[in-house]
Design a protein around this ligand. Sequence first.
Ligand code: SF4
Ligand code: FES
Length: 368
Amino acid sequence: MSAASTGPAAPLAILFELSHRCPLQCPYCSNPLALERAAAELDTAAWMRVLEEASELGVLQVHFSGGEPTVRKDLEDLVAQAARLGLYSNLITSGVLIDRARLDRLAQAGLDHLQLSIQDSDAANADRIGGYKGGHARKMALAAWVHEAGMALTVNAPVHRQNLEHLEDIIELALSLGAGRLEVAHVQYYGWGLKNRAALLPTRAQLERATVIVEAARARLKGTMVFDYVVPDYYARRPKACMGGWARQFINVTPSGKVMPCHAAETIPDLSFDNVKDRPLGDIWRHSQAFARFRGTAWMPEPCQSCDQREVDWGGCRCQALAILGDAAATDPACAKSPHHEALIALAEAESQAPAPPFTYRRFAAAE
Ligand code: SF4
Ligand code: FES
């Protein structure tokens, strides 16, 4: 039956960007360039209500993210509410603000899983990339406490041309921290990542070497540590199914309550986003303009419309089409069937071989 007659299936997961505040300044942050201020953030009661609405909608997982979600003093209350509602909870954190007592409180509140980001295996380079002195050492301490608390740990390692030569050490580090899962995530080029693309984009040779290293480690560590490997699709022949397809599996809520199909959707100028303060979450998921705009396949241009991959990659990434081509409804240029694919590869090869410019760090001031 069509989505039009039955409505879309329930989303798998919801991501709460609780706050855009963060002590780190990573130059590839997935937050928008226009960061939302603390004064605009939803209050505790509003987040509690959204958790209830998510549960009623059939969501299974809630990811508490940011910025840095632990800047919110009410995080334990939100985790406890998720646990009461039977939602699987995941905290996506830089880890630098969590002491032992806070971790124990989060564990007692029912937190199921912690996803710790690291910037590198080398402490000095990690602190340089994150723009936060002493951050790496704090992360190492937190990982040990997570292990002791018996909580599931994923290490998230964004990789790029300024840390890729340490990839083997990054894998060993995640293993030594007791991570059950390691996400080796090549930086994606939206928001701050796009702004810093020339400083981050690896060469094709660096990417190919990284893929060989990950595949070898994945085979060697089977049964010990699971790998998620996210590639930069600038060099690919087919795009990724971004977010598992637009408005198919995920909901993103910004600190002020705007509801979006992905974290970068606000870059698309002709979309309008509903707010949880004005409209129930289920109604937004089923009927809002922004979710309906690129859901399914009816919106697709050729060659996607008659392509046998259209329900595999769902046309790739709308935000990437917008960022590269200025048209969110165009075929993702990461696809070799796009007339713009060769130009994208040429751009990537030229940019990745030129000297890296300095980072523009993710600061509120840098966004203005
Ligand atoms: Fe995917 Fe469209 Fe490329 Fe087909 S033409 S592989 S649907 S992006
Ligand atoms: Fe928005 Fe890919 S990041 S669709």
